[in-house]
Design a protein around this ligand. Structure first.
Ligand code: 5AD
Ligand code: SF4
Length: 477
């Protein structure tokens, strides 16, 4: 018997992309592949990419460049690029990277095994029929003679269509974690924030049927997973049949065996009172909210087309805190958006001081070709050194606040879901209900269980702690 072929997937970017990586691993496993842990061991190498900022793309360019070395030694391997950058650049990637065989956008993942069989009909699973169809693109490899004649004639594929009917149902993820499951409930985005590439690479919003989501969560609980994270680009705009997100969240929180439910990322405009009520009422919904603010000034928010004002954002935060005192809050902020004046930037610092976020992801604006913000006058663009300074000051302010918040939480006993072995020897690492990370001395056998842990130290962002002796590790399976 010939050994099964092996595929390796390397994912960059957000949780949706990580989840898509798991989806492709599931599709390939059922398509006759084993999953390799290193590209060196694989017959098929997929780089699953992110396009949100230029920096994310540059990392991928470097990585795909490195893979040339493997292709030189083993010209028969397939190298593919999937995800948002593949969708954004499409055939341009095939033209620019001669050792690339495949570019594929998210709506085509179901066809991954077929595409691979077309690329290598003689060697890869499903490729017994040696017919390379006209779908194979005619890009030549004249720029890379070093790969030899055979490789120069090999077909290459670009699969980039948006497929309205693709609902991703019936595809099962190969989940890496036995503790937490990421469950996409929505794909694409109907907002058009002017800086953002997502709507152009992920298409418009598509929501899964509630019954499919709930069945999936039941299945996860049956396997012993107790934490689920519902994923969507604007997850709380979810709408399917007569379900909204509040109703979906409640139903998921009530699935037997599920002890923790989180969701990411909501849009402020869809933070209904009904959703806040469900969060407050359902014990399984974690008391944690990641609510991207992006800026603390109305003029910037308007140019970003965020569709809310600072006052409206603050009103949501007030109602959330009123319903759930002690809830942990986090956010995303962009500095240096075109036209951002000192005054507008200072307002973002004020927002940070006012809300006092437990966590924040802060970025410098990165111009994305094809997005509406590229049409803002060049004269308004913020100089890179100014944007850098703004970012550094904001990060410093956030760190200061975070250290204060977490220092005030020292000595508390938290219920921690143990996720994995920590880097520091003898420690395991888990998260509190509020999504904070605690490392503490513990045994790998505790992974997947809930323990009571007293926090003893904080670095600012994370904690160290000690498990309470009286706390039996109870696994709910
Ligand atoms: N430049 C910088 N940051 C961006 N984000 C999205 N697009 C850009 C961009 N062009 C940030 C936003 C978003 C997060 C996922 O990435 O803050 O919430
Ligand atoms: Fe991008 Fe805005 Fe959609 Fe979020 S809501 S994915 S920032 S366009």
């Amino acid at each position: 018997m010939t050994p099964r072929k092996r595929a390796y997937i390397e994912t960059y970017g957000c949780q949706m992309n990580v989840s898509d990586g798991e989806l492709m691993e599931g599709i390939l496993t059922r398509g006759g592949y084993d999953i390799a842990q290193r590209p060196e061991d694989a017959d098929v190498i997929i780089v699953n990419t992110c396009a949100i900022r230029d920096h994310a793309e540059q990392r991928v360019v470097g990585r795909v460049g490195d893979l040339y070395r493997l292709k030189r030694d083993r010209p028969d391997i397939v190298i593919g690029v999937t995800g948002c950058m593949a969708q954004r650049l499409g055939e341009r990637m095939l033209e620019q990277v001669p050792h690339l065989d495949l570019v594929m956008g998210p709506d085509s993942y179901r066809g991954l095994p077929d595409a691979l069989a077309k690329l290598r009909p003689a060697t890869l699973p499903g490729g017994a029929v040696a017919s390379v169809t006209a779908e194979a693109t005619s890009h030549t490899r004249r720029t890379l003679p070093v790969l030899g004649e055979a490789a120069a004639k090999a077909p290459r594929l670009a699969m980039l269509d948006f497929v309205a009917e693709e609902n991703y149902e019936g595809l099962e993820q190969r989940r890496a974690s036995t503790v937490t499951a990421w469950v996409p409930v929505q794909r694409g985005c109907n907002y058009r924030c002017t800086y953002c590439i997502v709507p152009y690479v992920r298409g418009s919003e598509k929501n899964r049927a509630p019954s499919h989501i709930i069945d999936e969560v039941r299945g996860l609980a049956a396997k012993g997973l107790t934490e689920v994270v519902l994923l969507g680009q604007t997850v709380n705009s979810y709408e399917a049949e007569d379900w909204d997100f509040a109703r979906l969240l409640r139903a998921v929180a009530r699935v037997d065996g599920i002890r923790r439910v989180r969701f990411t990322s909501p849009h402020p405009n869809d933070m209904t009172q009904a959703l806040i009520d469900v969060m407050a009422e359902e014990p399984a919904v974690c008391k944690q909210l990641h609510l991207p603010a992006q800026s603390g000034h109305d003029r910037t928010l308007k140019r970003m087309l965020r569709r809310y004002t600072v006052a409206q954002y603050l009103d949501i935060i007030r109602r959330v805190r009123e319903a759930m005192p002690g809830i942990a809050l986090s956010t995303d902020i962009i500095v240096g958006f075109p036209g951002e004046t000192d005054e507008e930037y200072e307002a973002t610092l004020d927002l940070m001081r006012e809300v006092r976020f437990d966590d924040a992801f802060m970025y410098k604006y990165s111009l994305r070709e094809g997005t509406p913000a590229t049409r803002l006058p060049l004269s308004q663009h913020v100089a890179p050194e100014v944007a850098q300074q703004r970012l550094e000051r904001l990060i410093d302010l956030h760190r200061e606040i975070q250290l204060e918040i977490n220092t005030a939480e020292l000595g508390r006993v938290e219920e921690v879901l143990v996720e994995r072995v920590a880097k520091s020897a003898g420690d395991v690492l888990g998260r509190t209900d509020s999504f904070k990370v605690i490392a503490f001395p513990g045994d790998p056998s505790s992974i997947g269980s809930y323990m009571h842990v007293r926090t003893t130290q904080t670095s600012g962002a994370t904690f160290r702690g000690a498990a309470l002796p009286a706390s039996p590790a109870h696994r709910v399976a």
